[in-house]
Design a protein. Structure first.
Length: 405
């Protein structure tokens, strides 16, 4: 390749890839300097300059002049000795391919980082390009790809699994995904396995905020701020609960999210591949909030222990399995949604009447009266025993010996 052809090729590449031309040439000069130092077996460091007009390449050996610094042992002045070989252009052309590929890759990752680093948490629509056992490549737009990881976290504990268990993707399938990370190419943090060959953008289909963004699209009241999403609890691919509150007195937040004949929530469910989504109304009263969170089960009473953040819920006998849910799913999601530890008991076990819950927070004095049928033992941590007291005793079988004290 002639010198002029090399510089023309560099200029065309810089324009095509939107890379600074002078940066590209400087990187090539630095790489060539290392190569020529090795090829020419130079005693001292080399410096390479490429004429920006003609493309002529010059190689100089930096011979130190004077005495080295007494403290550092380094030279401060150098004399440049021309050691340009006859076949300098041929060697430069051989080096240019690898150097340019590396520069283009790094510049592309830096460009993507600068564009998308402020978009973490945004919802984007992409197209599935290809899949592997460990991740799926999503095309966001021309020249920009994202990684949807679904590693086996037992075998790869440092990796992620951002794909719901019920989802499998096909080529050219369109997906809505949430951006959760944009890898910084200049970060000093430890690199992930094969990170340089993987897309810089990491997306998720399991993150709770995916539901938040989907509702913002489907529910104008949420996008406009009239309805606020207070909390989200999710078991990806199976079921989710979302607590909403209205900032307008006459606006029903649950109805706004569900939509006419369930049209709005149905669009979210379809995008989540039929993951069940429960929309419940947030309440400042923790007793009401916990009761709402256990929907669709009907709650008789909620006893709140604020000191230990513990909520005891009494439900009718026929609602117990519904309140707990399959494998405890409903109770587990309600606890995560509200942030309260929830203990669910049937009315027959506690001796409660089946009167409906009065939507009032029960203070500790009321709780003592309401729990008269329970064991009176209180542990050192201040938590009362939840076992049923034995007939004619204030204590359960475990603490029966306290009757004698």
């Amino acid at each position: 390749m002639a010198s002029s052809e090399l510089i023309e090729a560099l200029q065309a590449l810089a324009h095509e890839r939107k890379i600074d031309e002078f940066y590209l040439i400087e990187r090539l000069e630095a790489s060539l300097a290392k190569s020529y130092q090795h090829i020419l077996d130079l005693e001292w460091d080399a410096r390479v300059t490429i004429d920006r007009q003609t493309g002529h390449i010059y190689v100089y050996e930096l011979v130190p002049v004077g005495e080295p610094d007494e403290e550092t042992g380094e030279y401060s002045e150098f004399e440049e000795r021309d050691v340009t070989p006859d076949d300098v252009s041929r060697i430069a052309a051989q080096n240019a391919k690898g150097v340019i590929a590396s520069i283009v890759r790094e510049a592309g990752r830096q460009s993507i980082y600068e564009e998308f680093s402020d978009r973490v948490g945004d919802l984007v629509t992409g197209t599935v390009l290809q899949g592997t056992p460990d991740f799926t490549i999503i095309k966001i737009r021309d020249g920009v790809e994202a990684e949807l990881p679904h590693y086996d976290v037992k075998r790869n504990p440092n990796e992620r699994n951002e794909r719901p268990s019920n989802e499998h993707y096909r080529h050219n399938q369109r997906l809505k995904v949430l951006i959760i990370e944009v890898r910084d190419p200049n970060s000093d943090a430890p690199k992930m396995r094969g990170e340089q060959a993987r897309p810089a953008i990491v997306v998720s289909r399991t993150h709770p905020d995916l539901i938040r963004r989907l509702f913002e699209i489907e529910v104008p009241e949420i996008y406009d701020g009239m309805v606020e999403i207070k909390s989200i609890a999710r078991e990806p691919g199976a079921r989710s609960k979302i607590a909403v509150a209205s900032r307008e007195a006459n606006l029903d937040p649950v109805g706004a999210c569900v939509g006419p004949k369930g049209s709005r929530v149905r669009m979210v469910v379809e995008e989540l591949r039929n993951e069940r989504v429960d929309v419940i109304q947030w309440a400042e009263d923790p007793a009401v909030y916990v009761a709402n969170a256990l929907s669709p089960a009907k709650v008789t009473r909620v006893v709140i222990d604020e000191d230990n953040h513990y909520a005891t819920v009494v439900v009718p006998d026929d609602q117990l399995s519904l309140a707990i849910g399959k494998e405890g799913q409903n109770a587990r999601l309600a606890a995560r949604l509200t942030g309260w530890h929830i203990d669910i008991k049937s009315a027959s076990f506690t001796g409660e009447s089946l009167a409906p819950m009065d939507n009032m927070l029960i203070d500790e004095d009321e709780a003592a009266d309401d729990e008269a049928g329970l064991c009176a033992y209180v542990g050192e941590d201040g938590v009362r025993c939840r076992n049923h007291a034995r007939p004619g005793s204030r204590y359960c079988g475990v603490h029966a010996d306290l009757d004698e004290a």
